[in-house]
Design a protein around this ligand. Structure first.
Ligand SMILES: NC(=O)c1ccc[n+]([C@@H]2O[C@H](COP(=O)([O-])OP(=O)(O)OC[C@H]3O[C@@H](n4cnc5c(N)ncnc54)[C@H](OP(=O)(O)O)[C@@H]3O)[C@@H](O)[C@H]2O)c1
Length: 260
């Protein structure tokens, strides 16, 4: 019996992936930090498919001991899919960080995801599809969102690198770079401030999950959900970096988000 491991399953996007994988008939191994949230999620999913094989294990991806406990629990299983969704989009000037916040954000967004890749590759079924949820933010130099965009940029780079290393071995790696997704209330507030652009570009978690799974099925190495986001992603390559960086700094200077 093979499993689909989803990190950040208790969040908005993670839940959408769990529902879609359940609809596909996959066996689920779900993780997030909160045991209560995982129990509620598992209960809700079982209502939809009572015969589903669903396992959960709470894990703080920023803590290697917590990851080791998960690897102990899942050590006898085989994985045909890994979806690294967990992430912390803390957004503020670098001067406002302290050591604890810095290591938490980097470990949750990058180290935890990479560690999960290693674990699932070593415990893979005949084939393994990995989806790493990065962000379109990782494609840019982003003042006032520097740690998040650097971590997501590194996750994209890592995904593309191992996609090549494991080519023709049955391991497919897809980096997904979403723009804004209709999720937490603070993200919804941000989308509203974007006016018409927000309406056009922001996608639902269900849209991102379905399209990302299809991109993985097609063996894509990098996928940007939504036509508008794709256009910006490609067109912005023609704008000089210094210009983009100044525009982004101006846009983000006043924004602060620290919900974790
Ligand atoms: N929302 C957007 O507009 C947007 C855009 C681009 C990319 N993304 C990326 O999409 C992913 C999901 O976003 P979302 O909007 O669904 O976020 P969310 O609802 O805030 O969910 C975040 C998830 O990550 C988990 N998590 C956070 N820190 C963790 C840690 N240290 N260890 C284990 N799990 C941890 C949370 O688990 P608990 O609930 O158990 O704490 C939760 O399940 C993130 O990687 C984010 O960067 C989001």
């Amino acid at each position: 019996m093979n499993y689909t491991l989803i990190t950040g399953a208790t969040g908005y996007l993670g839940k959408a992936f769990a529902m879609e994988c359940l609809r596909r008939g996959e066996n689920l191994y779900l993780t997030g930090r909160s045991a209560d949230k995982l129990a509620n999620l598992s209960h809700a999913l079982r209502q939809l498919r009572p015969e589903a094989e669903i396992r959960t294990f709470p894990c703080d991806l920023a803590d290697e001991n917590s990851r080791a406990a998960l690897y102990g629990d899942a050590g006898d299983l085989h994985f045909s899919r890994l979806i690294n969704v967990a992430g912390a989009d803390i957004q503020k000037a670098f001067a406002l960080y302290d050591e604890a916040k810095l290591t938490f954000q980097l470990r949750a967004n990058l180290e935890g995801a990479i560690s999960m890749c290693l674990f699932c590759i070593n415990r893979r079924a005949d084939s393994l599809k990995i989806i790493n949820i990065s962000s379109i933010c990782g494609a840019y130099v982003m003042p006032y969102f520097a740690v998040y965009s650097a971590a997501k940029g590194a996750l994209t780079s890592f995904s593309l690198a191992i996609a090549e290393e494991y080519r023709k071995t049955g391991v497919i790696v897809t980096a997904v770079l979403p723009g804004a997704i209709h999720t937490r209330p603070d993200v919804e507030e941000y989308i509203k401030t974007q006016g018409v652009w927000g309406k056009i570009a922001a996608k639902t978690p269900e849209y991102v999950a379905t399209k990302a799974l299809r991109a993985a099925d097609e063996g894509k190495k990098l996928y940007v959900p939504g036509v508008a986001n794709k256009l910006v992603y490609h067109a912005s390559k023609f704008v000089p970096r210094a210009v983009k960086t100044k525009l982004i700094a101006k846009k983000w200077r006043a924004t602060q988000k620290d919900a974790f």
